[in-house]
Design a protein around this ligand. Structure first.
Ligand code: PLP
Length: 400
């Protein structure tokens, strides 16, 4: 291209459409005819407010967010939400059950990979409740997170203050299936029926790649922007009204005090403008979201991402048969967004990565974490061209 751009497979921050970046460059110089760049305009100006309203409305339309749920914008990434969901939902629980102390309060975590594990660890750090692991994908002594647990493996608490899961585990490449008939689907039918159980989902690495099933049944859905829709800095929250509570009233009843900026009520009451928002990430994400709507929205992206995943997994299967690849994730639990595999054979991985570089593809080296071998991670750029996604296959052919 005119900018000598490579194909960047990095999972995040991930690549954005060139057309959007060009438009954003214009906006940095002159935002919507104001004569001021978007990074210098007041977030209280009517032009920015209008932009924010359109951004929110487009997310609402594309994901079919019902009126029972607010869309909020904040900062601090997924990591800040590891803490915020616990604090806000423990405050809600305290308001509902003022008589129950920390020892009678439980939060349920479904652990399917390194991100949900981290979230559960943060809940344990914060205290205020017992952390119950409702399911752990490594339950049979295995070290690897390589599948979504079968429905029979889940044990939910009676009346948890929250039930947490991560829809797509970015590092491990494990994702819940959206096909309710699949054993790798989320077991909604096992959740306690008698309460409006606050279901929390981390959608950081799969946001807007397909519709969110049973969105209305969730209490909180959150996603950092930097995987699919924009630069790092923006976090998007979809929060059910009953989970937006007066955290100070809860603190008076003994709940932990919640920093104002982490309180969902602060964000909701101020229209996500309690303090200065991250204007530039909001702007670029807003442009991406508008482009997605113009392209046909979720039906278009779901169809495209499904096809990409099928092609990549087909090529991986061929590579497995030929003995050059090994999938890290069991069939049925594989992610549409990031596909994790090993390249087998002495020096083969190095040759694979070098071959990819020569074809202008970067960011294919997977995460390296303690205790796991090095692996390749293909992040399926939702804004990339179809051909770009599967160009890696040419490199695979060198090995085959
Ligand atoms: N959750 C998931 C699924 C992620 O992939 C990440 C980051 O990669 C996080 C949470 C943490 O997000 P952040 O880096 O925005 O704090």
């Amino acid at each position: 291209s005119a900018y000598n751009r490579v194909i960047n497979f990095g999972a995040g921050p991930s690549a954005l459409p060139v057309s959007v970046l060009e438009e954003a460059a214009q906006g940095l110089l002159n935002f919507r005819g104001t004569g001021m760049g978007v990074a210098e305009i007041s977030h209280r100006s009517k032009e920015f407010q209008t932009f924010l309203d359109e951004f929110e409305a487009s997310i609402r339309t594309q994901l079919a967010v019902p009126p029972t749920h607010r869309i909020l914008f904040t900062q601090g990434g997924g990591t800040a939400q590891f803490s915020a969901v616990v604090l806000n939902l423990l405050a809600r629980y305290r308001l509902l059950h003022p008589e129950r102390g920390a020892d009678e309060t439980v939060v349920d975590y479904v652990v399917t990979g390194s991100w949900s594990k981290k979230a559960a660890q943060e809940a344990a750090r914060l205290g205020g409740a017992r952390v119950h692991i409702a399911a752990d994908a490594r339950e049979h002594g295995g070290k690897a997170f390589d599948h979504i647990p079968a429905h029979g493996a889940y044990r939910f608490s009676q009346d948890p203050a929250l039930v947490y899961y991560c829809e797509n585990e970015t590092v491990d490449g494990v994702e819940f299936s959206h096909d309710p008939a699949s054993p790798a689907s989320f077991p909604y039918h096992l959740l306690p029926q008698d309460t409006l159980v606050p279901l929390v989902a981390d959608y950081s690495s799969s946001f807007m790649c397909r519709p969110i099933p049973r969105l209305a049944d969730h209490a909180v859905i959150y996603a950092g922007a930097q995987k699919n829709i924009g630069p790092a800095g923006l976090t998007i929250l979809i929060v059910r009204e009953d989970c937006i509570v007066d955290v100070d009233a809860a603190a008076r009843l003994g709940a932990a005090p919640v920093p104002l900026i982490m309180s969902y009520k602060t964000l909701a009451d101020s229209g996500s403008l309690y303090n200065t928002p991250c204007v530039l990430p909001i702007y670029i994400s807003g442009l991406v979201i508008a482009r997605m709507e113009a392209n046909g929205g979720m039906p278009h992206y779901e169809e495209m991402n499904k096809r990409k995943a099928e092609r990549v997994y087909k090529a991986l299967d061929e590579g497995e048969k030929a003995g050059v690849f090994r999938r890290k994730v069991q069939k049925g639990s594989g992610s549409w967004m990031n596909v994790v595999f090993e390249v087998l054979g002495e020096g083969a991985e190095k040759r694979f990565l070098e071959g990819a570089e020569k074809l202008g593809m970067k960011g294919l080296k997977g995460h390296r974490c303690a205790g796991c071998t090095c692996f390749i991670q293909i992040y399926m750029l939702i804004h990339g061209s179809h051909r770009a996604q599967i160009r890696w296959r040419l490199v695979a052919l060198i090995l085959l």
